[in-house]
Design a protein around this ligand. Sequence first.
Ligand code: ADP
Length: 395
Amino acid sequence: MEETILVINCGSSSLKIALFDGQLNKVSSGLAERLGKDDAFATVKGREERIDLSAGAGHKEALNALVNVWQDCGLLDETPAAIGHRVVHGGETFREAAPINDDALAAIKNCASLAPLHNPVNLTGIEATTALFPDVPQVAVFDTAFHHTLPPKAYLYALPRQLYNDWGIRRYGFHGTSHQFMLTETARILGKTPATTSIISAHLGNGCSITAIRDGNSVDTSMGLTPLEGLVMGTRSGDVDPGLFDFLANKDMNAEQVHRMLNKESGLLGLSGQTNDMRALCELADHGHEPSQTAIDVFCFRLARYVGAMMASLAHLDALVFTGGIGENSSLVRKRTLEHLGLFGFTVDGELNNHHGNISNGQIEGADSRFRVLVIPTNEELVIAREALVASRNG
Ligand code: ADP
């Protein structure tokens, strides 16, 4: 049996898991949902039957169930060669992926105050795999790490310096594995090295962020202290006037209510009053639903403004890159966004855009465009699997 790598991505009530072989081909993937609830269940991609988990099952039980399926059908030997975990916040401590040991665990716990919804549950995933495979090397791959090169002018808020010194309040940036993957893929497509490649990478999924990468380094990004800042997202507002908090406090909304509104009830969902799902929104807009049309307009305009803002960090631009569920699949969003950017010299080829990019290189820009524009499918799991494999081979 050849070596296998497990990639684990834990959410508060979900577990996503993928199985890679030693050549980094994805062999299978599984998903457990509604963890902690009475009707927790898991599924393996490509298999019809649901695996019913016991009422209130947590991440550990879900992991055992999914691993059992793979062991039973011969996809996974007794133990994997390595395990890679997505960990959301690495603070200023983690500048790259880190082998999981006692020190790393303590440091991840330390970052939990910066990501109280994410890091604790990431640690739960690490505990679950450690219990199941105590001797297998594990590595943590951080959403923030790729952004460790942000300069102070990009990461400091214009707040009293004490807030940064005492509490680490600064911009960190997220989606780092995806933006890093865009860099390496763009470099490969353009026949350059990542270290000489400069791109603007727009990751547009349920969460959305955009990053300026200058000669291989992240130099500006739209998400900040938390993944709430920046672009319009599925249910997150992105940028708002900080004066809003005062205003809402005077309307008797408490911090928890404001947090829920900004994170769960805003963005495309809040604007349209219908859905956070861009595909559904496009259909509604097609049928003349005005709030949905407006939601798409706000989304594309904010994105275009941010493309302009990212230009300020670059000396040259090799490509603007679209990725994530919306970036890869919505020709309308790409077209609308690029239409705002004509002054910079961006043009779009309608035919290539409708096909989500030239099949060989993802190109969608027009022949007369000043800059390349590419559509590249993201693959965060692959980045994590690669890091885990490297860590296991380095002993
Ligand atoms: P996540 O951030 O949860 O990984 P994804 O990257 O899968 O999310 O992106 C989900 C978003 O992509 C949803 O808004 C979904 O509607 C959108 N999307 C997927 N396919 C299409 C499509 N064909 N047209 C427009 N939007 C799409």
